[in-house]
Design a protein around this ligand. Structure first.
Ligand code: SMG
Ligand code: MG
Length: 373
């Protein structure tokens, strides 16, 4: 149980080692909000997975900043004594905005666990000291460029390759990678770029031995995903469509997917992510840890989640070097066997390096209790 003394918002900017292109756009820099919560027991850190534009979801940095500064942070400060079991209640009157909520909630959970000397991984019941890592490859300028990237990541040890796809180049690209690597774990992610009339594209991929097809259709369309899944042998996985444990239950009941991508930031934080994990585990549905090109702060949290027992497939938990020349934290490194260590220090186990914050922070604001509170 702690009282929140101050909530600091920091906007950070880091160049990416290579632009990341998806079916909805290209990203050349990482720009995100970090949240630092100060309680009477210590401090904690969270990272917001929103980006500059509302493209992956409706949330974006400037909007999340306002929601955090004007609604979520004041609500948490007003709530008085809270603990990890009651912190979500302080946000209950604020609809939507799961990415903003996750950043603040995760920072609070981190502060509580640090004060208690418990690592997030052990608190979540994580069972593995290391997790298997995959890598997500953006849409490349050409087949040759793509094949070269795949070769490079496989040589580093990554255990699963995920290809971003878009209409027009999809089948040719996936076939080329499969032909070059007949035995690797290979999946594709459409980021909702297709419609039910594109079913032929996915049928053409049936004999390519894909581990899954991620989010082929519109994020709000569970019914059409269910129809597509009924007509495909390949497993569908939902990402953007899953914003809560309720969405997950609906998707599973409808048969809209057979695999779930858990991104804690997309579902309002680590507590809801754990509920989704528990539901899927109960129902025998494999889950894996998605990524939002997080800095070391968000990556540390993802690694703790990915070590939970229901996370049975390699996640998009790649090494710091896959994204940044210089991360905000001590870099996360991939071992040659394609695994990464789960942080074992209290809380998320890492703290942004002050000298990196000095370079990367472009905006800061602090919310404190009003004097009468
Ligand atoms: O963190 O390595 C990563 C990126 C993983 O492909 C990835 N994320 O839809 O799963 C997804 C995308 C969303 C990011 S779009 C900027
Ligand atoms: Mg995805």
């Amino acid at each position: 149980m702690s009282r929140v003394r101050a909530i600091e918002l920091l906007l950070v900017e880091l160049p990416l080692v290579r632009p990341f292109r998806t079916s909805f756009g290209e990203m050349a820099e990482k720009r995100c909000i970090l949240v630092r919560v100060e309680t009477d027991g210590g401090e904690g850190w969270g990272e917001c997975v929103a980006d500059t534009r509302p493209d992956f979801s409706g949330e974006f940095n400037d909007g999340a900043w306002l929601v955090l500064r004007d609604f979520l942070a004041p609500a948490l400060v007003r709530a008085g004594d809270v603990d990890v079991g009651s912190v979500e209640e302080s946000f209950a009157a604020i609809r939507g905005n799961p990415m903003a909520k996750a950043a603040l909630l995760d920072a609070f959970v981190d502060a509580e666990l640090r004060a208690d000397g418990t690592s997030l991984a052990s608190w979540l019941g994580a069972e593995r000291p290391r997790v298997e890592c995959g890598v997500s490859i953006g849409i490349a300028p050409s087949v040759d460029a793509l094949l070269a990237q795949v070769d490079g990541y496989l040589a580093e040890g990554y255990r699963r390759i995920k290809l971003k796809i878009e209409p027009g180049t999809d089948i040719e690209r996936v076939r080329a990678v499969r032909a070059a690597h007949p035995d690797i774990l290979l999946s594709v992610d459409a980021n909702a770029a297709y419609t039910p009339s594109d079913a032929d594209v996915f049928r053409a991929m049936e004999d390519l031995g894909l581990l899954m097809i991620e989010q082929p259709l519109h994020h709000e369309d569970l019914l059409r995903h269910a129809e597509l899944q009924a007509n495909l042998r390949t497993d569908l996985c939902l990402d953007e469509s899953i914003r809560s444990v309720a969405d997950t239950a609906a998707a599973l009941d409808l048969g809209a997917c057979r695999i779930v991508n858990i991104k804690q930031g997309r579902v309002g934080g680590v507590l809801e992510a754990r509920r989704i994990h528990d539901l899927c585990r109960e129902r025998g549905v494999p889950v894996w840890c998605g990524g939002m090109l997080e800095t070391g702060v968000g990556r540390a949290l993802n690694l703790a989640l990915a070590a939970m027992p229901g996370f049975t497939l390699p996640g998009d938990t790649s090494a710091s070097a896959r994204y940044f020349e210089d991360d905000l934290t001590t870099p996360f490194e991939l071992a040659p066997d394609g695994t990464m260590a789960v942080p074992s220090e209290p809380g998320i186990g890492v703290t942004p390096l002050p000298e990196r914050l000095q370079v990367c922070v472009t905006r800061r604001e602090i919310v404190r209790p009003r004097s009468k509170e």
